[in-house]
Design a protein around this ligand. Structure first.
Ligand code: GAP
Length: 588
């Protein structure tokens, strides 16, 4: 357990669930501090990626029926590679075993047979008991949790492995709310479930987790935003072509990387830039952050381009440990096309042309009084086959007879051309039905929370005393302000309690604490990342002032009590900073 995990348990950020019954790997409970931090991170995501973008948010069920996942491809292909130890029977994720013990960086793109060979060639052993794994089969293991819907077992269902499917299946209704106008975006923040082979690293890889996903539906020909919309935002970009044992990401302006084709879509560039700013806003250290492009073999076959946001979450003194925080994919029209095949509704959008277009269409109007006696029960099918042929090959109608080759009962049927009534007509069309493409920024909320905790954690020394501190931004910190009486006597306790209540009524997370020495109370708040503490002392009772202390600098100012609510709201929103307060008020 790292110092951070220890702090997370002790101070109520997160801890393994159901431990009283022995617990089960891959499930974590967020305690009071963690739940507040996670909710604040979700709110910051909603504000940036839903409200600010003008998108709509939905809340779909987490259990979905089997046909959804047949269509989406999860039933057949949502697998990880599993290898079991022949001695202790422990299951391991085979690609992770390879990545952890060889120079191979992206083993996910290998086939199970290739992974089995790498395991044998490198003499890899079971991390649990040390037994050689050479010769053990590497199998695909489907990650979805199956259940039965209702009594009996004739209606299988699955816990959704991503929130995205809840958006895709509702597209026929959602497009109505968007009045059929592309582009439009739909967001969802909710639970997803994956039966991970080896959950690890606290909340980084769990079996139940929270995603914040945005599906942007765009017209197939839409080139995306102008790069000027996100120019000037730099981030380390680790392009697929640069990845390898000595590869290094390059700090680049994201807009330039779109212009020179390193990033394949202006929409992806736009979201990478927005994500770069958002991760900094919720507390990630931009020196431990990068975007990595998927290698061709790693990418889903339908995805045109895909980048991950990654963070190094190693603790001080350890080797870097990069984890995926979010994926940004250009998914083409794969998802909607698949649900159009599997579902009963229309997954297209009608797009009007700027000007009506005159197009030639080839039609047939077969003489059924001829086709009926001639082909009997096959007459209808022959007529349909003729109509299809007119659309696909007009030259078939140039001779004296038209042959419908093998289409009906596998036989060739010949029809005299004068019985077909073939014609080419000019018609005016106002638009066409298109299947939108999908651009998908998909964020893991738990990993954002975890990375914010790792990056904000520091052990330092104040007045010769060690303290653990979480330098979380005020916007996401579980508690905004700790409120203390110097002592709970002579009216200081009542004044401080009233003040805490007033701050809460104003929408600020305030925690009252009167136990122990004031220094210890500061340390307790530092440990959970509370950015400010207010103290009511004897002078407060005489002059109606309080002291306000900043966590990071530990500096304190004295200010009128009546200014406290407004000042803290400004500090939390980032509209002012403590330096400005130090200039305006007396330092203590
Ligand atoms: N709809 C696309 C999708 O689900 P993904 O890369 O599989 O893409 C998106 O998942 C994000 O969800 C990841 O970047 C990660 O942050 C988070 N995530 C995925 N599996 C997770 C797990 N087992 N535990 C915690 N977070 C997970």
């Amino acid at each position: 357990m790292t110092e951070l995990d220890e702090l997370a348990r002790r101070r109520g950020f997160y801890f393994p669930s159901s431990e009283t019954y022995g617990g089960v790997a891959g499930f974590y409970t967020y305690g009071p501090a963690g739940a507040a931090l996670k909710a604040n991170v979700e709110d910051a995501w909603r504000e940036r990626f839903s409200t600010e973008e003008g998108h709509v948010e939905i809340d779909a069920p987490t259990v979905m029926p089997e046909p959804v996942f047949e269509a989406s491809g999860h039933l057949d292909g949502f697998d990880d590679m599993l290898v079991r130890c022949p001695e202790c029977a422990e299951s391991h994720r085979a690609d992770h075993l390879v990545e952890d013990n060889t120079d191979i960086e992206e083993a996910e793109s290998f086939s199970p047979e290739e992974i089995a060979e790498v395991i044998a060639e490198n003499g890899l052993t079971c991390p649990n008991c040390g037994t050689e794994l050479a010769g053990e089969p590497v199998e695909d293991f489907n990650l979805m949790f199956e259940t039965n819907i209702g009594p009996g077992s004739d209606r299988p269902g699955y816990l959704r492995p991503e929130t995205a499917q809840g958006i895709f299946v509702e597209f026929p209704r959602l497009k109505e709310y968007a009045r059929g106008q592309l582009p439009f975006g739909v967001t969802q923040i909710g639970r997803a479930y994956r039966n991970e082979i080896s959950p690890r690293n606290a909340v980084v890889r769990t079996r139940e987790f929270t995603q914040a996903e945005l599906e942007l539906f765009v017209s197939p020909g839409d080139p995306g935003p102008e790069t000027s919309e996100f120019a000037g935002i730099e981030a380390p970009l680790y392009a697929a072509s640069e990845q390898g044992p000595n590869g290094e990401p390059e700090l680049r302006d994201i807009a330039d990387a779109v212009s020179d084709g390193t990033i394949g879509s202006a929409y992806i560039g736009y979201y990478l830039a927005a994500a770069r700013e958002w991760y900094e806003r919720v507390g990630l250290d931009m020196n431990r952050f990068r975007f990595r492009q998927h290698q061709a073999g790693e990418r889903a076959h339908y995805a045109a381009d895909c980048w991950d946001a990654e963070a190094d979450v190693s603790m001080p003194g350890e080797d870097p440990e990069w984890i995926e925080l979010a994926g940004f994919a250009d998914r083409g029209n794969y998802d909607l096309s698949k649900h159009a095949e599997g579902g009963a509704d229309d997954f297209t959008v009608f797009e009007a042309y700027d000007e009506p277009k005159v197009v030639e269409t080839a039609t047939v109007d077969p003489d059924m009084s001829y086709l009926g006696p001639e082909f009997g029960g096959d007459a209808g099918a022959v007529a349909e086959a003729l109509a299809e042929l007119a659309e696909s090959d007009r030259s078939a109608f140039e001779g004296e007879e038209v042959e419908v080759d093998g289409e009906v009962d596998g036989e060739t049927h010949a029809v005299p051309v004068e019985k077909v009534n073939f014609a080419v007509e000019e018609v005016e069309e106002n638009g066409e039905h298109v299947t939108p493409n999908v651009i998908e920024p998909s964020f893991g909320v738990d990993r954002a929370v975890y990375a914010a905790l790792v990056h904000s954690y520091e052990a330092d020394e104040i007045d010769g005393e060690e303290r653990d501190v979480l330098r979380l931004p005020a916007e996401v910190a579980p508690t905004t302000v700790g409120v203390f009486p110097l002592m709970d006597k002579d009216g200081m306790g009542e004044t401080a309690r009233d003040l805490a209540a007033e701050l809460r009524r104003a929408g600020l997370d305030a925690e009252y604490d009167d136990s122990g020495a004031i220094g210890r109370r500061y340390r307790r708040q530092d440990e959970v990342g509370t950015p400010f503490c207010v103290t009511v002392d004897y002078e407060s009772l005489e002059t109606d002032t309080v002291t306000l202390r900043e966590r990071d600098s530990t500096a304190q100012v004295r200010l009128p009590t009546e200014e406290l609510v407004g000042t803290l709201a400004e500090l939390k929103a980032g509209r002012t900073d403590f330096e400005a307060l130090r200039e305006r008020h007396d330092e203590v």
